[in-house]
Design a protein around this ligand. Structure first.
Ligand code: SF4
Length: 420
């Protein structure tokens, strides 16, 4: 029998990212309010913005989960009950928690609001999973440090809803429980304010030789000893689906709309492909091959190289990226469609010029190449160039029926852009 296709859960670090995630096929989004959610700098939603976000998502049949997953201190409890009641009133579909104190307040004040356990709670075994389900949690986001076998065995043992991170940046610590940022910069990762010092370049210093930095070198560019590659389990979705994952989560509330849309559409396309398979294909999920163009496309979304992390075995040096901390981006965003009617009104995200060849990112994995053959500003005056933030009408060399509001255009970066 074919397994149930899981929910695709996308990051929504801002209203625009939410709209993009919805456009490219997310079933659910997660976002943070101004307080209580990790990712303090993710452009979090104030109360009004949160209500607007829920309305928009629900109009498009997309669920909204709100992070309330800081490691809370006593002072954080002040006003928490009111905030949770507000979230329930706003119609959010679940809150994401990790702190037992917050869970207790939620159980008292909003007992009907479903609770999802954050990956910050580090569930790595069936007993812990059962413990949290017994506390009234509806869903567990399992720790990222689990193999496929462990995920399967936890699901088989407890049966409840499980959510698995499938894509995005990784920590070198257990799912974010890390003090590196706090020690080095005063910004606390456990309060959602990580400065990502694991991506910094480090050197060796002998205490009697202040100022003399001995390079720790992988190559001439240095060594980034804490810098993990990014997670990508696109290729392994058949096994995760067969293991009973209920939700597949993409990391990245701090990332751009280009990243969010680019990743969401490929996971959507992959899940839709899996849904189309005949039941017999599921007799050997490990043998189901993901269409190669999906794997090619995911490499174009911008990454710090890719790893499957703990999926088959404990990660080693091969899962670290020692040569650079840079986020490799072969393509760059150029514009987002804001309106379609008399013409196609776009908002430029990079310099866009008449004559440029750009690619439209359709829903699904396809792209369509086209050339910009005319541009005009909102008064109708012809322009040859649009700068980031400008809104211009564009015309193309070929007519396409696939353009939609909130769809994005990208352009391949030149070799000098990529190596800069
Ligand atoms: S410093 Fe790096 S490992 Fe630590 S919490 Fe931040 S991103 Fe994660």
């Amino acid at each position: 029998m074919a397994p149930k296709i899981p929910e695709l859960l996308a990051p929504a670090g801002s209203y625009e990212k939410l709209v993009t995630a919805v456009h490219y096929g997310a079933d659910a989004v997660y976002l943070g309010g101004v307080k209580y959610g990790l990712r303090a700098r993710a452009g979090n939603f104030d109360n009004e913005g949160l209500q607007k976000a829920v309305r928009y998502a629900h109009q498009h049949h997309v669920a909204v989960y709100v992070t309330v997953n800081i490691i809370a201190h006593n002072e954080d409890m002040t006003g928490l009950g009111e905030y949770l009641s507000f979230l329930q009133g706003a119609g959010v579909d679940a809150i994401i928690v990790s702190d037992p104190g917050i869970l207790a307040v939620a159980a008292e004040t909003v007992p009907d609001l479903p609770l999802h356990l954050s990956t910050q709670a580090n569930v790595t075994n069936s007993r812990a999973a059962r413990f949290w389900f017994n506390q009234g949690v509806r869903r567990l986001n399992l720790a990222r440090e689990l193999s496929l076998d462990e995920i399967r065995s936890i699901k088989n043992a407890v049966g409840g809803e499980i959510e698995i991170f499938v894509h995005g940046a990784l920590c070198i610590s257990y799912s974010g429980r890390c003090m590196l940022s706090h020690y080095m910069t005063g910004r606390d990762a456990n309060q959602g304010n990580c400065a990502h010092p694991c991506r910094y370049q480090y050197a060796l210093l002998e205490e009697k030789r202040p100022g003399e930095y001995f390079p720790v070198e992988e190559d001439e560019r240095g060594t980034y000893i804490f810098n993990a590659k990014d997670l990508c389990l696109l290729e392994r979705l058949p096994e995760l689906v067969a293991a009973g994952a209920d939700s597949l989560k993409i990391e990245g509330r701090m990332k751009s709309i280009f990243y969010v849309g680019g990743v969401v559409r490929l996971y959507r396309a992959c899940l839709d492909y899996l849904k189309s398979l005949a039941p017999e294909a599921w007799e050997h999920p490990g043998q189901i091959e993901i269409p190669p163009h999906l794997l090619d496309e995911i490499a174009k979304t911008g990454t710090r190289d890719m790893t499957q992390n703990f999926f088959d075995k404990k990660p080693g040096a091969a899962e670290m990226l020692y040569r650079t901390s840079r986020f490799e981006q072969v393509y760059e965003p150029v514009a987002v469609i804001r309106q379609i009617g008399e013409g196609t009104l776009v908002e430029a995200r990079n310099v866009l010029q008449t004559g440029d060849t750009i690619e439209y990112m359709l829903q699904g994995a396809e792209t369509e190449e086209m050339q910009v053959n005319r541009m005009s500003d909102e008064r109708g005056d012809t322009v040859m160039r649009a700068n980031p933030g400008d809104r211009v009408y564009i015309g193309f060399s070929c007519v396409t029926g696939g353009l939609e509001v909130n769809g994005m255009f990208r352009r391949r970066r030149g070799p000098s852009d990529i190596s800069s």
